[in-house]
Design a protein around this ligand. Sequence first.
Ligand SMILES: Nc1nc2c(ncn2[C@@H]2O[C@H](COP(=O)(O)OP(=O)(O)O)[C@@H](O)[C@H]2O)c(=O)[nH]1
Ligand SMILES: [Mg+2]
Length: 365
Amino acid sequence: MALQAGIVGLPNVGKSTLFNAVSNSAKAQASNYRFCTIDPNVGLVDVPDARLKKLAELVRPDRIVPTQIEIVDIAGLVRGASKGEGLGNKFLGNIREVDAIIHVIRCFEDENILRDEGAINPVGDKEIIDIELQLKDLESVDKKLSRIEKQARLDPKLKVEYEVLLRCKEHLEKGKSIRELSFTKEERPAIADLFLLTEKPVLYVANVDEASMHTGNKFSAALQEAVKNENAQVIIMNNSIEAQISEMEDPGDKQMFMEEYKMTEPALDRLIHSAYKLLNLQTYFTAGVQEVRAWTIHEGWKAPQAASVIHTDFEKGFIKAEVIAYNDYISYGSEAACRDAGKLRIEGKEYIVKDGDVMHFRFNV
Ligand SMILES: Nc1nc2c(ncn2[C@@H]2O[C@H](COP(=O)(O)OP(=O)(O)O)[C@@H](O)[C@H]2O)c(=O)[nH]1
Ligand SMILES: [Mg+2]
């Protein structure tokens, strides 16, 4: 199953515009991606990957199949969401289910577009959302703390859990997010069952006006300054322009429109790519004449587990894998040339798959 990135933010910041841009871009004929709607607010979208294109140029397959992620348009959160304001509990529940957060922040002025929070204030907006997520997490942590408190005095194993939870509580009460904390392997189970909202990786979209889409503006600069210690990416884009590009079916029109705005590629490509990276995912490829395809795995997966993404039988009957590093494939130009040059490795069950590996699995069923 594809991993999910959820689009989060205050109302009227451009979340749905962004979601529509992604979905239209894929629906239009000139699209770079496939997209399918799973639900009005959930779409499955291709992840652009330049390596896949390069492999396909060499192999010339019938089909090119990128890997995909799910994008979810989550309704706007408002101040007080953690206390149930504006269907807050429902929307916060939607966030709990996603694997990563795309936080859209309004960095454009437009008096026709309603805003409850006064003058444009990206840092303030971000804090409103952060606080709601932190309060919700605090509720989860408190609940578990009171549940295990008594036993923790007797059971040393629970004592570790208790202390981890206490650390989380203090951190949240300072208005900070769990993703800033680090946990050891032994500590992690203490919170794993809580699916904390502020633990999820985040990237920010600064939705700026047209004039600032290449340079950013004072609002996006303030946002960048505010998050500089978070180690999180800020993507500057104009969601309306992206939505317009995405609606164009004719590749020529699209090209002309983008040239007019001095764009070399839609910012969406960058966004989807970044969301994929945020999910901590890796890609390996299969390259055959029928299809050249990208497959998603997690860092550290061994060859049989990676094979299971194609088919569970591949894992059960795994014998070995033939592996060519992506760069070797590109420099030698074909599987045969790699084999002749000794660049095709035979790897066994313990092999840890690397990002970009071109794999061929041998298995029996
Ligand atoms: N001026 C301007 N308007 C935008 C931009 N992005 C979205 N909007 C408009 O803002 C309104 C709210 O956008 P929407 O995507 O529905 O916001 P959501 O509530 O966050 O989902 C719509 O009228 C959009 O057309 C932008 O970059 N610039
Ligand atoms: Mg919306």
